[in-house]
Design a protein around this ligand. Sequence first.
Ligand SMILES: [Zn+2]
Length: 94
Amino acid sequence: MDDKKEIKYIPICQNSSLPKDGWIHECYICASRTARFWPYRKEECDEYITLYQIMLCPICQYHYNKRPHKIKNLYEYIECDIGIEPNVDIINYQ
Ligand SMILES: [Zn+2]
């Protein structure tokens, strides 16, 4: 196990003019600017790790944490939207 692997972050967010490789992106739900996210998918190969993350501002995170049954719907919606399956169990991050 080599934890010095490079990590590539892929934000799942609203389209914006913000740099794709920056920390700040637009919240997937409300488009406010945030560095907060929930993990969506992790892919590991020999050279690097790719992490897909849903950008979610604190207000939208609060909204979903209050309504956990809606989190599954959100992940299903994103899967349709971007055509990439999630492989991270969000419950482990609550
Ligand atoms: Zn938001």
